[in-house]
Design a protein. Structure first.
Length: 151
């Protein structure tokens, strides 16, 4: 699977990034590609091509409501998770928390992964809640991935 590089400007310098994805993410994207091809074929002429990875069932861009609804549907039924209280934003908090406690990464590395210019936002917005939720979050993620693997 090819992942294209991105280019952006920061303080009048062009920065080129080459994303490196975990194997699990690459497999998920391959599955998404297959599912999208099936949806494209099933939809026929109603499909609106936008060359996006994640789309509505007819190929149009997702809006915030679509994303929240699909996210909640994906986690609905997982024991211990009240899906209506979760939004995709919680994943960002979980990502920072897990990397902080168990990932062996420095706060500088985590801030860079999140796209933060400094560690201030990473530490004040995301990292303050690590200890109270880390065990609950880790157990929930284990249940989610176990359920997905068993499906």
């Amino acid at each position: 699977m090819a992942v294209s590089q991105s280019r952006r400007r920061y303080q009048n310098q062009e920065i080129t990034t080459h994303p490196c994805l975990p194997a699990r993410a690459v497999e998920a994207l391959k599955q998404q590609r297959r599912q999208q091809a099936n949806e494209r074929n099933a939809t026929g002429q109603r499909w609106k091509e936008h060359e996006l990875v994640f789309t509505s069932r007819i190929g149009t861009p997702l809006d915030a409501h679509n994303v929240r609804r699909e996210f909640r549907n994906a986690i609905r039924g997982i024991k211990g998770i009240y899906a209506d209280a979760w939004t995709p934003r919680e994943l960002r908090h979980s990502f920072v928390s897990l990397l902080s406690d168990d990932g062996g990464l420095s706060i500088d590395e985590i801030a860079k992964l999140c796209g933060h210019a400094s560690t201030t936002v990473t530490e004040t917005v995301y990292r303050h809640q690590i200890r109270p939720v880390i065990q609950t979050g880790a157990l929930a993620m284990d249940r989610i991935f176990d359920d997905i693997a068993d499906a």
